[in-house]
Design a protein around this ligand. Structure first.
Ligand SMILES: [Fe+2]
Ligand SMILES: [Fe+2]
Length: 135
């Protein structure tokens, strides 16, 4: 598994959002590392929990910014977060019984989702915020 890098293509130009995406990606990489190292489950479950908590924190952060600036795309963007939050919740429910392969599949899902979400959905929010003077 190659490292998930925060590169130019993911940089949206709103500092607080970019910082959080970097951190989100950092947690994804930590999860890969723990799974690659073959850490015991206590270790990687702890990291997966951190990753899921951070994802939820990030969704709330973006949603509060959207409300603050009365973003017209709020409902769609929130629904997109909600669908992923449901998948996080569902995975969390079976986390204790999950095999390392299940965990890898989950981290891969989240990585693909995040990459796509930043480029397709968050980019719209960032350009709206920039038009409101947020940088
Ligand atoms: Fe988002
Ligand atoms: Fe985001």
């Amino acid at each position: 598994m190659s490292v998930f890098e925060f590169d130019q293509s993911l940089q949206l130009g709103v500092q607080a959002i970019d910082e959080q995406h970097k951190r989100f990606i950092g947690y994804i990489n930590d999860a890969w590392d723990a799974l690659e190292r073959g850490d015991d489950s206590e270790e990687y479950l702890y990291i997966l929990n951190q990753l899921m908590d951070y994802a939820m924190e990030h969704f709330s952060f973006e949603e509060s910014l959207m409300r603050e600036f009365q973003y017209p795309g709020y409902d769609d963007h929130k629904q997109n977060h909600n669908r992923t939050a449901e998948q996080l919740f569902e995975f969390d429910m079976r986390l204790l019984a999950a095999s390392p392969d299940d965990c890898r599949a989950f981290v891969q899902f989240l990585q693909d989702w995040l990459q796509n979400h930043i480029k397709v959905v968050d980019v719209e929010l960032a350009s709206f915020l920039k038009s409101k003077g947020v940088s």
